[in-house]
Design a protein around this ligand. Sequence first.
Ligand SMILES: Cc1ncc(COP(=O)(O)O)c(C=O)c1O
Length: 392
Amino acid sequence: MERKIYLDNASTTYVSNEVLNEMIPCFNTIYGNAGSLHSFGRDAVAIIDRARDRVKDAINASKANEIYFTSGGTEADNWAILGVARANVNKGKHIITSKIEHHAVLHACQQLEKEGFEVTYLPVDENGLVSLPDLLHAIRKDTTLISIMTVNNEVGTIQNIKAIAKIAHDYGIYFHTDAVQAIGHVKMDVQDMEIDLMSMSSHKIHGPKGVGALYIKNGVRIDNITYGGQDQERGKRAGTENVPGIAGFGKAIEIAVRNQLVNNRKLKNIRDYFLEKLKEKVEFFQINGHPHQKSNAILNISFYGIEGESVMMLLDLAGICVSTASACTSKSLLPSHVLQAMGVPDEIAQGSIRISFGTNISKSDVDYVVDEIQKVVAKLRAISPIQPGRLN
Ligand SMILES: Cc1ncc(COP(=O)(O)O)c(C=O)c1O
């Protein structure tokens, strides 16, 4: 049988058996609409309440009613950005974010600009970190929201979230973080980190697709962005609740947080072994992202003198799945906005792939992958007009 190795876990993950078992009864046994007043409806509400408690515990929110289920990370990001900006126009129309956010944040910000808001997109350094002096410099009297992601989805850099949130609060500004790539990798404690709003997604942590949540600290002023059923999600997020998805997400986040330490250690071992082997077998490449302050799951590698797109496609032929940038932009040939913001020259950025590990990868898988990368890189360099050594 053809060997298949999945190294694209930052795009999505498989649904674990424990999660699947939690979901199955919600399709054909407890299938009521949570809005119905009869027993089928009440059973569905009980499932949602349990999941809400699990999410609350996983992120140490003070109350379960601060968790609002959404259709995923994108909706949570859109809601946080649009909802807070629009609800606080009496204070001002300026918000701050960074140049390396996911498009779910960046495109919501562009929408706000069309509505007459001003957005400051903070630069990052060569490791992908936002500078605190830059942030302080960008704050204005009319700033209402600062939104900075916890873990970058392309290079894995982890921002100094606690310090950023503290600055926001010193100036009476709300702080939102996109923690979609952080859950299960970085300890997210919304009380300790002073986070006002936090986006989460289920399918990055072995839960089902199409479900996530926005944590909204009680008291935060935020407008709705969906309109419909007035009782759904306590009048804040309309739409019939995705009960199986919510049940699965609740279980997935409980497991991800419970296993975080063990999984992090496994991922670090896998990543370090991969890098050691890669350095032995391949020349002329660089790792993008912070050298230490980064997720153990994500590795962004630029191979000099060749196209990341071609590396990805040839690896696919060998049964190895990696990506070129984030899943949402991997069909575009534009250089990654994240690498650009980090100052990686376009000709180097074009040669990059993102490998995102799962804990199910063995050393023998890594050996196979590195051997294939060695072959693919050699093959592409043999036909490349660019001499990789010159780019070093
Ligand atoms: C950092 C980040 N934010 C938001 C999202 C969007 O989440 P979802 O796929 O659940 O809409 C993703 C998914 O790739 C992500 O990596």
